[in-house]
Write a protein that binds this ligand. Structure first.
Ligand code: ATP
Ligand code: MG
Length: 258
């Protein structure tokens, strides 16, 4: 059974980190029994929306290179809440080229049995070793895009590269979505030849920059539509993991954010 999911952006600033972390937080908050790991496997630290930074892939490099990463080191250094574990990526500028796909593959193999749900933020750069390794190792991939013409163009121009690398996506997420935008889901589906049922949206909310300043995900601002859209993605993941979806658990009590 698969329990690993990669979130990959068509380009920068599409909201890949925000969506991946919001989904991880939603799953972890819904059921404390589910151990969730959110890891940044790309050339950035991916810590824009956390108020404290714990361990990073860079900090664990010695363990990863020597293949001696223990459960104890991992759990102690990544614990963020009771059942949510966060691992940052590569923090120092210019260092990401020292990481190769094998490192991401070793890391994911090592943690696969330790967590119930693993969410990897693979950024948007296919030139990055960690991202390529993670995309190769994780078959369930979510592609993050927006309604902008530049994003659709970018997808069209790199689609053949995705195909060459054997990367296909099980779900496409149109983030920062607005009903008023002329690029409707129907149009995007038709233009990019993506079946409608593989296409999801996440509402644009007005707290994007606020979230950066507060070091929190957008869940914190309790926008009903945003939180519901994130919940739907979380449920897609829970279903693929053979776990109860959040609507069912909600009848008991669902805490919408951490
Ligand atoms: N649904 C949304 N509505 C409004 N703002 C959003 C939404 N999703 C993300 N944002 C905002 O968009 C900006 C970029 O988000 P994020 O850092 O997640 O993008 P990214 O694709 O990971 O970027 P990078 O290329 O730096 O890795 C942030 O200001 C974030 O708050
Ligand atoms: Mg990011």
């Amino acid at each position: 059974m698969n329990r690993m999911f990669a979130f990959h952006g068509v380009d920068g600033k599409t909201g890949t980190t925000m969506v991946a972390q919001s989904v991880a937080e939603t799953i972890a908050a819904a059921d404390k029994e589910i151990k969730v790991m959110m890891v940044s496997l790309n050339g950035r630290s991916g810590t824009e929306y956390v108020d404290r930074v714990g361990e990073s892939i860079e900090g664990l490099k010695m363990y990863l290179d020597n293949k001696v990463l223990s459960k104890k080191v991992l759990e102690q250094s990544c614990k963020y809440t009771e059942n949510l574990f966060l691992l940052a990526g590569v923090e120092s500028l210019g260092q990401s080229r020292h990481y190769f796909p094998e490192t991401a593959i070793y890391f994911l193999n090592r943690i696969e049995e330790e967590f119930d749900v693993i969410i990897a933020d693979t950024g948007n750069d296919l030139d990055n070793g960690l991202a390529v390794g993670a995309l190769e190792r994780i078959p369930e991939r979510f592609c993050i895009l927006t309604q902008q013409e530049s994003m659709l163009k970018r997808y069209e121009s790199i689609e053949s590269l995705y195909r060459k690398l054997g990367i296909d996506f099980s779900c496409y997420v149109v983030n920062k979505y607005s009903d008023e935008d002329p690029y409707s889901l129907g149009y995007i589906s038709e233009r990019l030849k993506i079946p409608q049922k593989q296409l999801k949206k996440i509402q644009a909310v007005s707290y994007g920059r606020q979230a950066e300043m507060d070091y929190r995900t957008l869940l914190f601002y309790k926008d009903k539509i945003y939180n519901q859209d994130i919940l739907e993605i979380a449920n897609v993941i829970l279903l693929k993991c053979n776990m109860n979806t959040i609507q069912e658990q909600r009848k008991k009590k669902w805490i919408p954010f951490i």
